[in-house]
Design a protein. Structure first.
Length: 376
């Protein structure tokens, strides 16, 4: 089972490379039996015929037509996650998700061609970086730690202070803010790339523009999910998935009240809580209410073993440090903020702290879209 999964990974790697080599000019012939697919995209439907050219409009300036290979099917929802919510005004399609995946990795999206989204949301680090704070295009520092961007389809507010209502809005803000882009200029440049022009036409029935670039990014992000961790396997009945220490750790996690805010299966309650870190006003920046001073959105703990440093300011360097900080009841709140009533100081024995860490490590899972795309 593991071996065949591995084989699938290797095969799809080879396929991605092969498929991408053929996307160079001259325009590619439609891929027949090969398809670039995310690792867990399920069985390939190799017998399906390639789409007729009429489905792939977008001939380039020289009048050549770009014939696009079929997009990979949407990745299967990994084990352990709830059903993905529907999005009425930007339904997720394979065409949009594939396009968004490429855009996420493309430096063309930035003001000066120097940075792509994935420079701060690195696949290899569970879609974040190893830095406490990251610099935007132009050098200005972010004030808050870069979060991983998995399982966001389940959220209804974004950023540490929740000021963004949709993934479309965040993508638009990140495009302009992090990447410094003038969306009209970048959209026009994307339309000069025949492959992109064709992909936008297929996904949105229009050329790239200031609205559909963030929509494609958002569609991709909604399919960027993580699950199938050892903990998920245990929940699904696999008794050997967790070590005895990890099982003990989950008991500690529950009995010490961590579950009050980090609620399974997404390990967040989607609420804003003050745990006494730094003097950043947090949620108050958005709500203007004093009672929100110092509150931040409860981060998921999925893949937490891979996303150091921790907290909104990146102040905890290791997982041990973050666990110890939370267990002692957080830090000192800065007025007018008050520590959340859900967080109580706990006594953790060294054995319990170790078990808690082992349990948190069991939350590292598979992430859809494991392959890096090759940008056109
Ligand atoms: C220079 C680093 C950097 C780059 C480049 C970057 N981001 Fe981010 N991203 C961040 C930081 C920092 C935050 C948290 C901001 C905050 O909470 O105030 C964030 C937050 C997000 C979130 C919200 C996550 C959550 O849990 O609420 C999404 C979605 C996101 N970024 C998508 C993108 C997209 C799409 C791009 C490319 C257009 C991008 N990012 C480029 C640093 C970056
Ligand atoms: C009152 C709700 C609450 C409770 C209870 C709680 N946490 Fe948290 N946790 C948070 C919030 C909010 C943050 C982010 C704080 C910040 O950055 O300002 C956080 C951050 C973390 C982080 C860092 C995650 C990251 O990506 O930066 C870890 C690890 C963590 N908590 C573990 C625990 C453990 C272990 C317990 C139980 C001992 C616990 N938490 C109890 C709300 C809570």
């Amino acid at each position: 089972m593991i071996r065949s999964a591995l084989l699938l990974v290797l095969v799809s790697c080879a396929v991605v490379v092969a498929a991408c080599k053929t996307t160079e000019t001259p325009p590619p012939a439609p891929a027949k039996d090969v398809k670039a697919e995310p690792v867990d995209a399920g069985p390939a439907k190799a017998e399906e015929p390639p789409p007729p050219p009429s489905k792939a409009p977008g001939g380039d300036a020289d009048g050549r037509r770009v014939v696009l290979p079929e997009p990979p099917p949407l990745p299967n929802k990994p084990l352990g996650l709830p059903a993905l919510p529907e999005v009425a005004d930007n339904p997720t399609t394979p065409e949009k998700a594939e396009l968004g995946h490429r855009l996420f990795f493309d430096k063309r999206l930035s003001k000066d061609g120097s940075m792509a989204c994935n420079q701060c949301h690195l696949a290899a680090r569970a879609w974040t970086t190893e830095n406490a704070l990251d610099a935007k295009v132009g050098g200005a520092m972010n004030k808050r730690n870069t979060p991983g961007v998995v399982n966001l389809a389940f959220h209804t507010s974004f950023y540490w202070d929740g000021r963004m209502p949709t993934l479309e809005a965040v993508s638009n803000a990140a495009w302009k803010g992090q990447l410094g882009a003038d969306p009209a200029v970048v959209s026009a440049a994307l339309n000069d790339v025949p492959m992109y022009k064709a992909m936008f036409q297929r996904a949105f029935a229009e050329d790239a523009n200031v609205n559909n670039v963030p929509r494609a990014l958002a569609a991709f992000l909604r399919t960027l999910n993580s699950g199938n961790s050892a903990w998920d396997k245990a929940q699904a009945g696999d008794k050997s998935a967790l070590t005895a220490e990890q099982q003990e750790g989950f008991k500690v996690f529950s009995s010490k009240g961590c579950v009050n805010c980090h609620v399974p299966p997404l390990f967040t309650n989607f609420e804003f809580e003050n745990v006494g870190i730094g003097d950043d006003p947090g949620r108050k920046d958005f709500s203007k209410a004093d009672e929100d001073f110092g509150k931040f959105k409860v981060p998921t703990l999925r893949n937490v073993a891979l996303t150091a440093p921790y907290f909104h300011d990146g102040s905890a360097k290791t997982l041990e440090e973050a666990i110890a900080f939370m267990a002692k009841g957080g830090g000192k709140p800065v007025a007018p903020g008050k520590i959340s009533a859900k967080l109580k100081a706990q006594k953790l024995s060294p054995k319990e702290a170790k078990a808690l860490k082992a349990f948190l490590e069991s939350l590292s899972g598979d992430i859809t879209w494991a392959q890096e795309p090759v940008v056109p």
